[in-house]
Design a protein around this ligand. Structure first.
Ligand SMILES: [Zn+2]
Length: 277
């Protein structure tokens, strides 16, 4: 809770772009130190080609993350590449795109909350159009193209337009997630695909939501992260996406145990992909 208060306080006193630049600088320094502490070649990042003895871990102190067994939003060793900050789920997507021969060349792509690793993969492939968007564009000073201010529940872009929409670990932050899902479906072209990963509570039968949890502290206790407003069950998540029109598939990374270890991929995390048929 102290950490949440410290971050809130820092966000209030600093201009927003400074706050995010400082946060990124902190990650860079942490990554540099990590690289010195854990040299080696046990773990390899396919995005940046760097090897380490270990990747950086992520720790969630809230009991709910273990109780609900929230895949990919609980304490994970070997989560983040210290050099390019790719996470296990993005490394899984790297191989998914490769195995499915998904190319970004000449495609129209919409990328919400753009992850640096995926951005670095997509951008050099010369997409026909590549729009990166977020409700808080100032959080993305590390992305070399301008990030557009986009509200996911009212996307200011044409219908049936994009070949690929990427929106990972966003919907669990959105109050009206069904409206957001409808918007993601609307902007996607017929025959297009949407990459829609979220954290899933493996122990949950139903999606857990509680509108009475308002403050960051309450949400952290209830949902495991101060800016999450629900924990999806897999069934609940897929039902919502299907209800707005997506034909969903959910599969684990198709890699050998040795590859899962080498690339530090969370073998339990499924890749949720929506098609617009
Ligand atoms: Zn990397």
């Amino acid at each position: 809770m102290l950490y949440i208060r410290f971050k809130k306080c820092l966000k209030k006193i600093l201009p927003l772009d400074w706050y995010y630049k400082l946060a990124f600088l902190k990650e860079n320094i942490k990554g540099e130190i990590w690289g010195l502490l854990y040299p080696g070649d046990e773990r390899f990042c396919p995005f940046c080609g760097k090897s380490y003895g270990k990747f950086m871990p992520c720790k969630y102190p809230y009991g709910i993350t273990e109780k609900a067994d929230i895949i990919s939003a609980q304490t994970i060793d070997n989560l983040t590449c210290p050099n390019c900050f790719s996470k296990d789920r993005q490394r899984a997507l790297y191989f998914y795109f490769q195995q499915k021969n998904i190319s970004f060349a000449n495609k129209k792509i919409l990328h919400f909350a753009p992850e640096l690793s995926l951005y670095s993969l997509i951008s050099p492939q010369n997409p026909a159009e590549y729009i990166c968007g977020d409700i808080e564009p100032k959080a993305y000073s590390h992305i070399s193209q301008p990030v557009r201010k986009l509200d996911i529940i009212n996307i200011d872009l044409p219908s049936d337009y994009f070949d690929i929409v990427i929106c990972n670990h966003v919907l669990e932050h959105i109050e009206d997630d069904i409206k957001a899902m409808k918007e993601l479906f609307r902007v996607l072209k017929k025959g297009g695909l949407a990459v829609l990963l979220v954290p899933i509570g493996a122990n949950l039968e139903k999606t857990y939501e509680d509108a009475s949890k308002i403050t960051e502290e309450e949400r952290a206790e209830a949902f495991g992260q101060s800016d999450h407003i629900r924990i999806y069950s897999e069934k609940g998540y897929l039902e919502r996406l299907s209800s707005v029109g997506f034909a969903m598939s959910a599969e684990n990374a198709r890699l050998s145990p040795e590859e899962i270890f080498k690339y530090a991929i969370n073998h339990r995390e499924k890749l949720y992909i929506g098609d617009k048929n």
